[in-house]
Ligand binder design. Sequence first.
Ligand SMILES: *Cc1c(COP(=O)(O)O)cnc(C)c1O
Length: 460
Amino acid sequence: MRAHEAGALHGDIGSRPPWLRPPGDVNALVPQLWPRNVTRAADGALAVAGLSVRDLAAEYGTPVYVLDEDDLRTRCREFRAAFPDADVYYAGKAFLCRAVVRMIAEEGMFLDVCTGGELATALSAGMPPERIGFHGNNKSVAELSRALDAGVGRIILDSFTEIDRLTALARERGVRPRVLIRVTVGVEAHTHEFIATAHEDQKFGFSLAGGAAAAAAFKVIDEDVLELRGLHSHIGSQIFDASGFEVSARRVLGLQAQIRDARGVELPELDLGGGFGIAYTTQDDPAAPHDLAKRLRKIVDGECAAEKLAVPHLSIEPGRAIVGPAVFTLYEVGTVKDVDGIRTYVSVDGGMSDNIRTALYDASYSATVANRASSVEPLLARVVGKHCESGDIVVKDEFLPADVQPGDLVAVPGTGAYCRSMASNYNHVPRPSVVAVRDGRARLIVRRETEEDLLALDVG
Ligand SMILES: *Cc1c(COP(=O)(O)O)cnc(C)c1O
């Protein structure tokens, strides 16, 4: 957690982050926070790829997640161009639906899934199975069987139980699936900081320090039912600082050298995971994919030279950095409440059911009034939802025009990742729709849930 976030959510209610200053122009959009095709049109309303948010709200209702399709595709292309000889896996858990599977497939991406449901979505959208990687710390027999029968490109092993489970299933079928071993490298990275520890107390992967990772690799190599392609590490999320990758690459490649020395096998692949940060507020300054690639390449080349290893075929797994910045959520304001001159609460028609990240991670977001421009003074507001929790906050602190009123639209950028995919039906609120906009045309890609959908599950 960054220092400015401490205490902002609970208690200390009059405080605001010291970096947050009233904007010169409350209508101005900070470009790095918005999908590339979002502008403020002449009438003052936001437009995305030429479509006014007022029309989108009228047509599709609110809340609605608006995806700038060209922005998402451009991010895929930027990552692929930055890592031309690596495989770029989109981490589907950030946001997955059939239309997005097709978009990333068309852009030449690979896809990570981590449950049977994500796998089913990928396959039903025609994702080539050989371009799918299957993750997860508790893949069931049924899920692994489906993955084998579908012919997924690789399975990332996470436990000894899973090695035995997959070995038995592969024997039964007479197949030799390609696998990676997920290594817990003792590096944890979040936003601008990382910590390197000797051992990791977490559920994912095989511990490097404890020797489990080496033992897992030897077991897979010796039994020779599964084809061990390489090692995998994923150190965290919303990372801005490449030094965490440096420590993890050094440790994983050290294990790679140990495996070569013990078994005479040089594993041909290396997966560095995902976690590349995006801008949620003006405080975040993520590296461009090109610069990121240069740094990662240098780290891997350096470590391989030091260990006298051939440079393995690389893969990376960005989720948030692909879809996060390509989406904003459009809400309608329902009430505006000034609490004793301390703070103004702007309540919108969604909240923690469509964006749990503020409540779950104390995440920071930004917002703007989207249906019009305003010439009145800015006021420090908190954008909150309609749920029965005082922690139901969407944007902790943002300057909005002081005339913000019921019926206005509020847009929150950076909501493409881990918002719709983590959405819930808390308070029996139906989950919002997702609309993709491209070249002046909108299309519904995930429809809004209805109350009938909710009641359909209730069979008592
Ligand atoms: C979640 C996850 C990712 C993607 O993380 P982002 O922060 O969305 O880039 C990549 N790899 C693995 C193994 C993950 O669990």
